[in-house]
Every structure is written in C-alpha cells, then in structure tokens.
Design a protein around this ligand. Structure first.
Ligand code: CP
Length: 312
C-alpha cells in the first residue's frame, strides 16, 4: 500500500486523489505543510543520474517535514556489489519508511517493494515506467488547458490531441504518458523515425496512433511533448542527426504552423538545438519550467499518500 510502481494499474479515482492532494498541499502555509510528515524518514535510492526527479522528491519530502537520505550507486556499497535486496533491507533497518527508487532495470521498484514491504515510489525504471512524471505532466496539461486540476475522469481530455515525439522506444516517460492520457480521453499520437518508435505501442493503449510525419501529426495538436534521444540506451543504433533535426526538431517555424497556443512540454533533460530549438524552449508556449515545479507538488502528494497509506 502507498507504492506507486506504474500507471498501468492506477485507477482514475487514485489519479484524481493525487491531483486533489497536490492542490491541497500547494495551498497550505509552509508551517502547516511541514507538520504533514514531521519526523518521517524517506530514502532516495538512485542507480541512475537525475536532476529533476531526485531534487523534487527530496525538496518535497523536506517541505513536509520528513528527513531524507540519498544513496547513489556511485558512492555507496552498491559499487562493491551489494544487491538491490540487501540495500533495501539495510535502508529499512536504518528506519526508512518509504523508498524512492530510480533503477536501470524495468521492474526493479516492484521487486524492492516486495522484498522490503515498504512503500516504493518508482522514480523511473529502465525503459519501463516513470509514473510521477506522467502525473506531473497531467497536472501541467490541465493547468495550461484551463481545466480543473483537482479531479479527472475518463472524459477530462476528450477532444485533446497530444503528440509525443522523439525517442519513444527508449522512453519510460512516453510509456507512462501513453498509458495514462488516453484513459482520460486524450488522443495520443506517437511520432518519430521507425527506429525510435516502440514495437509494443498497441499494448500500451489500443487507441494510440503512430505517425512518421511530424508536421502532419502537429496539425491538430493541442499539446506536444518533445523527448530527448537517449544516447545512453541506443547501443549500436546510429542516427543521422542533421536529418533527424530537419524532420523532427520543434523549431519556431514548425511552432508557427501549429494551432495557436499549442502547449510545449519536455520532461528534461533537453538537448537544445537537437529535439527542440532554444527559442521554443524559452518561448511563451513552453510549459517546461511549470512541469518541473509541478514535480514538487505531485511528489509531495505521492509522499503523503505513501506514508499515510503505507503505515495503515
Ligand atoms: N524528467 C526526469 O526524469 O528528469 P531527471 O532525469 O533529471 O530526473
């Protein structure tokens, strides 16, 4: 109880509860907020590098009054060969009441939750899932489209087209969004060159569409989410970058041809000049910094959910 491992089995009512809790916590005065998890202990266990997810979970936990500790694969006994199970049990023996895990293997958060019995928040596992990112993306989309942020139903995003573009094959962010947004009524189009599209798109959601032509896909888009090419996961795949930029970069010319006010998202880290032009990232249609800030509120809600429900 209290874990968030994937969006796949997350009921819409639970999504709505997290959103409502995020609104509630954001509105609280700092002093009252710092009582919510006062004295509770949260461990951050990171086997892959992170800026946004790690920092926002840590700052969110601290804003709620919790104590945090970071264990990274680079500076811990993981380097000496200690297993995920023994690392998790060690953190538990030290008093951790919840673990936030980023891991390079899909499914690791499920194993950790089973092995420790603690609530585990998946902070990104391999190419599998990044559920807190999908929830903060959802909050950002609702805000930018002027929809209520405290609740969602199966029809909240009916009539909204979201185009996710770039290295979808290696992206846990794309997988989580592609599973969650259609369940709220959105039409989701996955766009990229064939070698960066997933083989299992139909298993993520039956209504997902695939597009190879970015300009055509953008025509009716209300939201576009740009993704970084994950060179660390490409193995032997060699991309023709000038060709990729010509066909798939979101630049000012492409933006000008889109619906006015189309919302631009990027989970970060972004490579300016590759998948997105700097002036688009910094422009008024970009919600990239808002996504980062929403990370604080959504992750605060997930921590309260984990530690209140997890303790039951
Ligand atoms: N979006 C995201 O997961 O960013 P980090 O890798 O910096 O945490």
């Amino acid at each position: 109880p209290g874990s968030l491992l994937t969006v796949a089995n997350l009921p819409i009512e639970e999504v709505a509860k997290v959103l409502a809790l995020a609104d509630e916590l954001e509105a609280l005065p700092a002093k009252e907020k710092s009582q919510k998890l006062s004295g509770r202990r949260v461990a951050l266990l990171f086997y892959e590098s992170s800026t946004r997810t790690r920092t926002s979970f840590e700052l969110a936990a601290k804003s709620l009054g919790a104590t945090t500790t970071l264990v990274s694969d680079k500076s811990s006994s993981i380097e000496k060969g200690e297993s995920l199970k023994d690392t998790g049990l060690t953190l538990k023996a030290l008093g951790a009441e919840a673990i936030i895990l980023r891991h390079n293997s899909g499914g690791a958060p499920m194993l950790l939750a089973r092995m420790t019995g603690l609530p585990v928040l998946n902070a990104g596992d391999g190419m599998h899932q990044h559920p807190s990112q999908a929830l903060l993306d959802l909050r950002t989309i609702l805000q930018r489209l002027g929809k209520p942020t405290h609740t969602v139903t199966e029809t909240t995003l009916t009539g909204t087209t979201v185009v996710i573009t770039g290295d979808i094959r290696h992206s846990r962010v794309a997988r989580s969004n592609a599973m969650l947004l259609p369940r709220l009524g959105a039409k989701v189009i996955l766009c990229g060159p064939p070698e960066l599209l997933p083989e299992e798109a139909h298993t993520l959601h039956p209504t997902l569409e695939i597009a190879r032509d970015f300009d055509a896909a953008l025509k009716n888009a209300d939201v576009t989410m740009m993704l970084r090419i994950q060179s660390e996961r490409l193995a032997n795949l060699k991309l023709d970058l000038p060709d990729y930029i010509a066909r798939f970069q979101l630049n000012q010319d492409r933006l000008a041809a889109c619906k006015p006010g189309m919302v631009v998202l990027h989970p970060g880290p972004m490579i300016r000049g590759l998948e997105i032009a700097g002036e688009v990232a910094d422009g008024p249609q970009s919600a990239i910094e808002q996504q980062v800030t929403n990370g604080l509120h959504i992750r605060a809600a997930l921590l309260v959910r984990a530690l209140h429900e997890g303790a039951k």
